[in-house]
Design a protein around this ligand. Structure first.
Ligand code: MAN
Ligand code: CA
Length: 329
């Protein structure tokens, strides 16, 4: 039996058949040696037979003890080798783990670098965004200020526009009044030219005398108020009719003409321009008059001059001929 054989058994506990065979052969040899040993003992000349037997027994025990020790040593060696094997295995594993850890470390370092780069880039982007945000806030403030100013300007323009519109309206009113005046002046001019060329027409423009008073029969046409103003400028007023004779004299002119009667102050209460009311005896309203048609008729006119009852109420703004009366009394 030798170390190599034992090692073979250790490495392959359920090992090859041939090795076991070899082991068996060796064992046989051991017993052969034992027999040889005893044979030597048998051939020896010396002590009594019992001593020989005892000596033989002692020798056999020694051989067994040696075998046991040897076995134990083998076992110890086996345990050592197994331990070494395990240690070797652990070390290999540790080395592998270390390689793995080193790889992981490298990877982590790389990742860390990438993360740091990303972080730097993000920080930079963040700074740029903050700058952009600040600029936008500033622009927004400026736009708001501009908007406020524009709103103010717009308000001022609207006010100016309203004022201009008002002025324009006033100018238009003035323009239409002036246009009207111009037309009337033109008519007067034409009339004067006509009067110069035809003296009989001139006669119609002058004052006519009736029952101690003078009456002016207009050739122009004006509103009731403008007609009255014209009379007053002539030192007279619109005619006040106090008798049927006077009524007949007036209507004989055969025109629609304003007379000095209105109910502008109180609807339905007709008063002459001197403030006196219309007396029943001298009332010459036409049939169904005054009717205040459409609620717009507050001034009186000679209308249906064919009849003595010829008065009609009409809208004061309408332009008509008129009669002035200058009382001498
Ligand atoms: C008719 C009548 C009058 C009225 C005029 C208005 O002639 O109804 O009473 O004043 O129309 O045009
Ligand atoms: Ca009427």
């Amino acid at each position: 039996m030798d170390a190599t054989d034992i090692y073979a058994n250790v490495e392959e506990p359920s090992g090859g058949h041939s090795k076991w065979k070899r082991e068996m052969n060796r064992s046989t040899n051991i017993y052969e040696n034992k027999d040889a040993c005893c044979a030597v003992e048998q051939n020896r000349v010396g002590p009594a037979l019992s001593d020989v037997a005892r000596s033989k027994t002692v020798k056999t025990s020694s051989c067994r003890a040696a075998a046991v020790i040897l076995g134990l040593l083998c076992l110890l060696l086996l345990v050592g080798l197994i331990t070494l094997g395990f240690l070797h295995k652990d070390r290999t594993e540790l080395e592998m783990e270390m390689v793995q850890l080193q790889t992981s470390h490298k990877n982590l370092t790389k990742e860390n670098d990438q993360l740091q780069t990303s972080f730097r880039n993000l920080t930079k982007e963040n700074d740029q965004l903050q700058t952009s945000f600040r600029n936008l806030t500033k622009e927004n403030d400026q736009l708001q200020t501009s908007f406020k100013n524009l709103t103010k300007e717009n308000d001022q323009l609207q006010t100016s526009f309203k004022n201009l519109t008002k002025e324009n309206d006033q100018l238009q009113t003035s323009y239409s009044i002036l246009t009207k005046d111009r037309d009337q002046l033109q008519k007067i001019l034409e009339k004067r030219i006509d009067e110069q060329n035809n003296p009989q027409v001139l006669y119609s423009e002058v004052w006519r005398h009736f029952n101690g008073n003078f009456y002016y029969f207009s050739s122009l046409m004006k509103s009731w108020q403008e007609s009255r103003n014209d009379c007053q400028q002539r030192g007279a007023d619109l005619v006040i009719i106090n008798s049927a004779k006077e009524q007949d004299f007036i209507r004989s002119w055969r025109k629609h003409m304003w007379i000095g009667l209105n109910d502008r102050e109180v609807e339905g209460t007709w008063r002459w321009v001197d403030g006196t009311p219309v007396l029943t005896a001298t009332r010459f309203w036409g049939t169904s008059e005054p009717n205040d048609a459409k609620g717009t008729e507050d001034c009186a006119e000679i209308y249906n001059y064919e009849s003595q009852n010829s008065w009609n109420d009409a809208p004061c703004e309408i332009q008509k001929h008129w009669i002035c009366e200058s009382r001498l009394k």
